[in-house]
Every structure is written in structure tokens, then in C-alpha cells.
Ligand binder design. Structure first.
Ligand code: GLU
Length: 323
């Protein structure tokens, strides 16, 4: 009896182990670069990975989302082969692929590939209620968080300042705090304002509004109108009244799109599985963050993508009739 039981368990163990070992041999790791933990990129990466990982037994892909410094960091890490995929702003996707602006010294990253676009990211100016800031002209002489190097907002704000003919010297302080620290700095009165290119609603904006009555201010200027008119990946954007508690007016600004990118280093089959995990579970995906509410598949395949589509993404879109 005893002998039989032992044999039974060994057989059972062998049966259970065999397929797992085969799976382990084929396992592929995919790392997605995102942004600070209080933004939307981080939960976006988490949502994508969650949908990929739920079918791991079928495709063997283990997806993980990493908090990073943001768009420019992600694009550099993908170029260096340290990240497989990443969430990046449409403007910096363009510049990395073409080797322009911030990426002029490095040259064009011809292997960069677009996968799909995500939510819009208005350039959001958040100020202390006692700061007296009602428009961007009022920022002169104030303490402003321009963002950490590597973040999309830092690169976009620097570009805007350049267009305006301003520099960091026009501020009493130009701090470089990462997005996860800016709300606290504002509420502690260490800065008067911060800029964040982020989807809405976002915890990073909700927090200073709830904690210290922070306010959103419109970002309007004729120089910005010209920039938007001349540039395909910039657009006028409105944060509608009521997006956050106490915000009873529309906030007019301009912005970019969040996009999801990879490179030719990442296999087509892997990108195909990642895209199909999101598109085949689309309603679930949209439900994973309120900033995804307005997403639709057709736009995601078209908008804000300057680099060529990744081969694996293209294959999925053709099969799904989206291209
Ligand atoms: N747009 C920001 C960046 O590129 C990140 C926004 C977010 O974390 O949601 O760095």
C-alpha cells in the first residue's frame, strides 16, 4: 500500500512538472518602462502586463512594468537594449526616431517602432492657491518645478521655454523633482508651481488639490498657438471642468499623446502577443484606469505614431481589420 502511494505521487509529480519545464524553457521576459508611480504611465504599464501575464501558460511571456524617470529615459533605455518596450510622449517618439531636438547628438534611432497610442496628455500647470499665478506670464520670478531630466515634461517644458525666449533663469527657482515628489513640494510651500504632462484624471494632480487646494491654470500663448499649428504631434487640449473636485472651469492648454513603443530588437511574436492581450481584452483594459475611458482602437492604431509600426503590431492590426 505504502509503496503504491509513493509511486503514485512520483507519477503525479512527473506529470505536473513536465509541461511546466517545457514552458520554462520557452519563457520570454518583457520589461516595459513607464514613469513615476503616481502618474498614469506606471498603471498603464501595469495594466498591459496584467493582461499579457494572464495568458502566460499559452505564450510563455512574463511581462513586468518598471517605474522610471519617464519618456526620454525610456527612449534611451530602449535604444540601449535595456528595456523592451516603453510608454513615451508622442513628441519625444518623433524626435528619437528622427534624431532631432534632444536626440540630435545621438542621431536617428531607426530601429524604434511604434506599437499603439494611448491617452492624451495635456501639459498641466498646477499652482499653490496663494501663488497669484493665473497664466504662464505670472511664472516669472516664481519657484517652478520643471521636472527631472529624463521626463517628458522636462523636455517639453524646456522646449516651450525656448520658444518663448525664456530660460530657467526667469524663475526664482527651477527645481528638478521627479513627478512623485512634486505634489508634496507644492503643499510644503517649497515650490509655487509644477508642470506635468499627464493623462487625466491622475492621482498626481488629485493629491495636491485634495491636500492643499492646489489649482490648475491654463497654459496659453500665441507662441504656443504657432507651435501647435506647425507640429503634427502637438494639439490644443482642454481639461474639462469637473475633472477634479473644486475645478469648476475648463482649463485650456496644449499637449501630446502618450504612446507605446518598442524596437526591432523585440521579436515580432512577442509584440504581437502584447498587442493582442490589450486589444482582445479591450473593455477590461479600459476599465483599469479612468484616463483610458475615451480610448478607441482605430485611433490607437493611427494617432501620434511617427516611427513605423512594429512588425508584430502590424500583423495583429491587419488580422483584426484595423489596418
Ligand atoms: N508624460 C510623462 C513623461 O513622459 C509621464 C506621465 C505619467 O507618468 O503618466 O515623463
Amino acid at each position: 500500500m505504502r509503496y503504491q502511494t509513493v509511486t503514485g505521487s512520483i507519477l503525479l509529480a512527473l506529470t505536473l512538472t513536465a509541461p511546466t519545464m517545457a514552458g520554462a524553457q520557452q519563457q520570454q521576459f518583457v520589461t516595459i518602462g513607464t514613469g513615476g508611480v503616481t502618474g498614469v504611465y506606471y498603471p498603464a504599464g501595469g495594466a498591459i502586463c496584467r493582461l499579457v501575464n494572464q495568458d502566460r501558460d499559452e505564450h510563455g511571456i512574463r511581462c513586468s512594468a518598471e517605474s522610471t524617470g519617464g519618456s526620454v529615459f525610456n527612449l534611451n533605455a530602449i535604444r540601449q537594449g535595456e528595456l523592451d518596450m516603453g510608454v513615451v510622449q508622442s513628441d519625444w517618439q518623433y524626435h528619437s526616431y528622427h534624431g532631432t531636438s534632444q536626440f540630435e547628438d545621438q542621431g536617428a534611432h531607426e530601429e524604434l517602432r511604434a506599437v499603439f497610442s494611448l491617452h492624451p496628455e495635456p501639459l498641466t500647470l498646477v499652482v499653490r492657491p496663494d501663488s497669484g499665478i493665473e497664466g504662464i506670464e505670472d511664472l516669472r520670478g516664481k519657484r517652478v518645478n520643471v521636472g527631472n531630466p529624463g521626463s517628458g515634461q522636462r523636455a517639453t517644458v524646456d522646449l516651450m521655454l525656448d520658444e518663448l525666449g525664456w530660460s530657467h533663469d526667469d524663475f526664482a527657482l527651477a527645481s528638478e523633482l521627479p513627478s512623485r515628489e512634486q505634489a508634496q513640494a507644492l503643499c510644503d510651500d517649497r515650490i509655487d508651481a509644477f508642470f506635468f504632462t499627464v493623462g487625466h484624471p491622475s492621482g498626481s494632480i488629485q493629491e495636491p488639490i485634495a491636500t492643499c487646494d492646489a489649482e490648475l491654470v491654463s497654459v496659453e500663448h500665441e507662441v504656443i498657438d504657432e507651435l501647435v499649428a506647425d507640429t503634427p504631434y502637438y494639439f490644443h487640449a482642454t481639461i474639462p471642468a469637473g475633472m477634479y473636485p473644486g475645478q469648476d472651469e475648463d482649463v485650456n492648454t496644449w499637449g501630446v499623446g502618450a504612446t507605446f513603443v518598442s524596437s526591432t530588437n523585440t521579436e515580432a511574436d512577442v509584440v504581437y502577443e502584447v498587442v493582442s492581450a490589450v486589444f482582445e481584452n479591450f473593455e477590461t483594459f479600459k476599465g483599469l484606469h479612468p484616463a483610458f475611458d475615451a480610448l478607441n482602437k482605430e485611433q490607437m492604431v493611427e494617432d501620434g505614431l511617427s516611427a513605423p509600426l512594429h512588425e508584430g503590431a502590424k500583423r495583429y492590426y491587419e488580422e483584426a481589420g484595423l489596418l
